[in-house]
Design a protein around this ligand. Structure first.
Ligand SMILES: Nc1ncnc2c1ncn2[C@@H]1O[C@H](COP(=O)(O)OP(=O)(O)OP(=O)(O)O)[C@@H](O)[C@H]1O
Length: 867
């Protein structure tokens, strides 16, 4: 045993996994530092193992419990190599059979997709592959720049990320910042264009690349080839479950950058909770596949009108047919995750129960088809087309094969028989008949012997040590015949066997063994047969997922009075729109939105807390929902399809990532100004807030002009800079709207209604008061505000003494009152002006420090008198 630690350390040196679990008999052991780490993570006890005079920490888990332990370790970001023990002529040997990593964990129960991503930076493009070993999905794409690559990575939210060799270290940093995926550096050779192309052709066929329009040796191919190579290297043997390469073009979809997905709280809130996200709110799917699909739709809205029309029509049909919808959802409710099952079958970990589950889930398909076909509305809707995708006959055949093969309640183990029904295989039937005959002989032996021998206390039994036996009570042992051979004496009885019993026992055991072997063989064949239908399983999985997602959208629409939006060429017109998440918990005040033509860019003002952000987001979310094919929270909506939704919202706490909040704000703004087009929707909430007021106003002002003149995107811009509202007078397509509030006797009431024109005040101090800021601070703030107003830093006084807006005068580059009134306000007084002139004329090089000191003193006196 002293070699064990050496053997362990050798294996550990061989792999680049973080931890090695090595089988030693009935345990998987971790030694040395690995033992300490694992013990801490898994709460195991560390013992000591001595080897060559040194002591090594050791921790272990029983063989049967390895899977959950490894899963926990992997979920915490470790890559775990598993070294299994196998028999050799000279004893035991151990070798690493697989490496379990966050991106290749098969035993996941989480319904969300589990992606492994690879990223390659080519000369003028990024190649990306996203593969899910649990479902066999394999997506590949190529995008032009870093920002797009980051967006895709954020969208797929991978568990594990493999950078190409050219992207290591510094260059990879932006990706690290955007995801919490485990980063693995895989063999650089795997990314080599030639090798990657070869590996892809081997997997998907010679013609696959060409027919899918993917260039051989391109960055996309490098990424995809390396992903396959990595999956091979982990030893899972699941590569075969990737049957279909799914290339996609990022521009089929609405551009939705990572920031926007987060800002709009699509799948989690800004705080990182799933509750309160849009997905959580609208998700009424009943299957894992349906939930996964709906989430994907939200993350990847479409520009493709045909697909959107199809989805809308399907959702509409379901809104009209509540009974059929309920019944279909009830049927779907029993469906298991076919995509995942297909993965397990391909991998060879599926047991008989899994195959049975496949059969049962497949039979959901014809059941749903029947309900749809029997409903006049659904039968004419795209729901029917969605279900027609898988080959009906092939589905029925596979259902029948499985139903005829596997018993109702098959055992968990596939090695001991008991899986197949009578009639499935003639040889098995024969074995079973013979076996039953042998067992029947044994079972009826007791009765036969009792009447033959006249012994009352005689019974037969079987256990591990004695095998089959005849047991006779002590009082009657004298009556046993000669052929009975005693094998054991108990307190009140004796156990015997006979030649005939032994022979039948041997027959039964031999048959049991043959049965187990044959059933295992048959099972493997059957599993293989099903594995070959992986495409069919996936196609049924997708069809059921689509129907589930349609029904879910319909359910939400009906329950919340949503309407089907008209998808039009351009412009956004929303009547009585609501925020899909906020409306769930609030007495929501609906608002209209109209963004088009000369109302293309809207400046939204209003007091703090009035509802500006909510209005902005609800508009973006309504557009987004329209572009996944959903109904929307409004009484009427006409949505011109957008090519992207861009947001810059509030200050996120990026300090943890070591970036200045203002820097992040400007990076996001920069991205929007570069990427948005006339067909995009831009949402800006408080741009410029992170810096000095005048800098902020100037940036906001210039960005607005640029968006208006150059980008021409539909834009909603919420701001506290009232100065900006003057832009409406200068620029054709800019208008002001505000969220109204009323003040009466010092109490502010938020009306939550959006009205045209600019707001007059901010009520910021009122909000401070509401938030419980101490009274002296609130009071003092009011005094300061009064003073600032009087000095027109914020507002200027008009002729009638009424506050009027200050305007940022583009010509002069400074703030002036809209109506110039008091000329004495226009510059410094003569004395101050004289001092300023003297300061600028001063020639420091010709003066001694003492002279400077006395001059400064004299200025101070003159300015002091002047006050
Ligand atoms: N139309 C509405 N109907 C009902 N409640 C609303 C409506 N709009 C916003 N609210 C509620 O008002 C509160 C403030 O909204 P929001 O954050 O949008 O204000 P804001 O004007 O952007 O504030 P600030 O300028 O301070 O960021 C939120 O709690 C929100 O739920």
């Amino acid at each position: 045993m002293s070699g064990i630690v050496d053997e362990y350390l050798e294996l550990a040196a061989e792999t680049d996994a973080d931890l090695v679990a090595m089988q030693v008999g009935d345990f998987y052991e971790f030694f040395a530092e690995n033992a300490e780490t694992v013990a801490q993570e898994l709460d195991l006890t560390v013992s000591q193992k001595s080897s060559h005079g040194s002591n090594y920490p050791m921790a272990g888990v029983p063989v049967s419990e390895l899977t959950p332990y490894v899963k926990t370790l992997v979920e915490r970001g470790y890559r775990v190599a598993v070294a299994d023990q196998h028999e050799t002529e000279s004893g035991h040997a151990r070798s690493i059979t697989r490496v379990v990593t966050p991106g290749t964990l098969l035993d996941t129960v989480d319904a969300a997709a589990q992606y492994l991503a690879t990223v390659v930076e080519g000369a003028d493009a990024f190649g990306l592959a996203f593969v899910d070993v649990t479902t066999g999905r394999f997506h590949v794409t190529q995008v032009e720049d870093l920002e797009d690559a980051l967006t895709e990575v954020y969208r797929f939210d991978p568990e594990e990320l493999l950078p190409g060799p050219e992207l290591r270290a510094e260059r990879f940093q932006p990706f690290r910042d955007r995801t919490d995926a485990t980063v693995t550096e895989h063999d650089p050779d795997a990314f080599a264009p030639g090798r990657a192309t070869h590996r892809l052709r081997e997997q998907f066929g010679e013609g696959a690349l060409r027919s899918l329009g993917i260039e051989p040796e391109s960055p996309a191919v490098q990424a995809a080839g390396a992903a396959l190579d990595y999956v091979d290297a982990t030893g899972l043997g699941v590569a075969r479950s990737f049957t279909r390469l799914q290339p996609y073009r990022a521009d089929d979809h609405v551009e939705l950058d990572a920031t926007t997905q987060r800002n709009l709280e699509l799948t989690e809130t800004m705080q990182g909770d799933t509750a309160g996200s849009l997905f959580e709110t609208i998700d009424h799917t009943v299957t894992a596949g349906g939930g996964r699909l709906l989430r994907e739709w939200l993350q990847r809205p479409r520009q493709d009108r045909t697909e959107l029309d199809r989805r809308q029509a399907a959702v509409e049909a379901f809104t009209e047919r509540a009974l059929a919808r309920d019944s279909i959802q009830a049927t779907l409710d029993g469906a298991l995750d076919l995509e995942r099952l297909a993965g397990r079958i391909a991998h060879g970990t599926a047991d008989a129960r899994d195959l049975r589950a496949v059969g049962e889930t497949l039979s959901v398909h014809p059941a749903v088809v029947e309900t749809v076909a029997g409903d006049p509305v659904l039968a004419e809707s795209p729901v029917r087309a969605a279900l027609a995708e898988p080959d009906e006959q092939a589905v029925m055949d596979l259902i029948e094969t499985l139903a005829e093969a596997i018993v109702d309640d098959p055992p968990k183990t596939v090695r001991e028989g008991g899986i197949f029904r009578r009639g499935y295989d003639p040889e098995l039937d024969e074995i079973l008949t013979e076996y039953e005959r042998a067992v029947e002989w044994i079972d009826s032996l007791a009765d036969r012997e009792k009447s033959r021998l006249g012994i009352t206390h005689l019974q037969t039994g079987r256990n591990q040590t004695d095998g089959y036996y005849i047991q006779v009570g002590r009082s009657e042992t004298d009556a046993v015949p000669e052929e009975y051979r005693e094998i054991k004496a108990l307190k009140n009885s004796k156990r015997y066997t006979t030649d005939a019993l032994e022979e039948h026992e041997r027959t039964a055991l031999r048959l049991e063994e043959r049965r187990a072997d044959l059933e295992y063989e048959l099972f493997q064949d059957l599993r293989e047969q099903v594995a070959e239908r992986a495409d069919l399983l996936r196609s049924v999985g997708t069809a059921l997922a689509r129907v589930d997602a349609f029904a879910s959208l319909a359910t939400h629409a009906v329950r919340n009075d949503w309407v089907r939006p008209d998808l039009v060429e351009s412009g956004i017109e929303i009547r009585a729109g609501r925020h899909p998440v906020v409306e769930q918990t609030t007495e929501f005040v609906p608002n209209d939105a109209s963004l088009d033509g000369d109302r293309r860019l809207q400046l939204v003002t209003g007091p703090n807390m009035s509802g500006k952000s909510t209005y902005l987001r609800q508009t973006a979310l309504i557009v987004l929902l329209a572009q996944i094919g959903s109904f929307v929270p409004a009484t009427e909506a006409r949505i011109g399809l957008v090519d992207g939704i861009y947001t810059r919202v509030g200050a996120l706490d990026e300090l943890a990532q070591g970036r200045s909040t203002f820097m992040v704000e400007m990076q996001e703004l920069s991205n929007i100004l570069h990427s948005a087009t006339a067909d995009s929707l831009v949402i800006l909430d408080e741009v410029g807030r992170g810096t000095a007021t005048y800098d902020g106003i100037s940036i906001a002002w210039a960005a607005t002009e640029y968006l208006h003149n150059e980008v021409r995107a539909k834009t909603l811009f919420a701001t506290h800079y009232h100065e900006l509202t003057a832009l409406a007078d200068h620029l054709d397509s800019v208008i002001n709207v505000h969220v109204a509030a009323e003040e009466q006797d010092g109490t502010v009431t938020f009306l939550r209604t959006v009205r045209s024109g600019a707001a007059d005040r901010s009520y910021g101090i009122h909000v401070a008061d509401l938030a419980g800021v101490p009274e002296p601070v609130v009071g003092r703030a009011e005094t300061i505000l009064e003073k600032l107003r009087a000095e027109k830093a914020i507002e200027a006084r008009g002729g009638g003494g009424e506050p009027v807006q200050t305007v940022f005068d583009v010509g002069q580059g400074e703030f002036v009152a809209e109506e110039e009134t008091d000329s004495t306000d226009s510059g410094p007084d003569p004395e101050t002006a004289a001092v300023i002139e003297e300061v600028s004329d001063l020639s420091l090089a010709e003066m001694t420090p003492v002279e400077v000191l006395s001059r400064v003193e004299s200025w101070q006196e003159r300015l002091g008198e002047n006050e």
